[in-house]
Design a protein around this ligand. Sequence first.
Ligand code: S3P
Length: 171
Amino acid sequence: MKDRNIVLIGFMGTGKTTVGRIVADRLKWAFVDTDARIEKEQGAEVSQLFERHGECYFRDLETKTLRKVLESERQVIATGGGAVLAEANRHAMQEGGFVIALQADFSAIIQRVGGNTSRPLLKGNLEQQVSSLLEQRKHAYDFADMIIDTSNKPVSYIADRILNERKALLD
Ligand code: S3P
């Protein structure tokens, strides 16, 4: 079960997409970003979906997309930062693969997400939004099989750690 997929979870700006692409490349697996999949299928950006239909509508699409993606295997899956909030999603992730939480400190997150206006939950005062969401979600990623801090670490180092841990888990 755990060898079916690698599922990356973590707060916005922790590096799920960047790291995920590299790990997928090294394993010669497919890379799937659930937000990108939703955008493609809906023909609209995540921020537009939030604006037009509200967050609940997006969360529903997120759950459906995740469930569908997890039916396949040999994929590295980068999930949206809030995908872990629904218990059904956490369960599906644990059933569908090796779940890795990426985390980063406040300043690394601010640096990575600053200047990017695509995240609807970070509209307004960026530092205040990040700090309040980090507080609300401080235990949301604890269910992962492995937790890696990505602050000030080269992406290749993080990818190596993931591949080594996965190997150790499967040996
Ligand atoms: C969200 C994170 C975003 C995206 C949406 C909501 C969240 O994905 O799914 O804006 O609730 O944390 P990233 O974590 O890839 O930025």
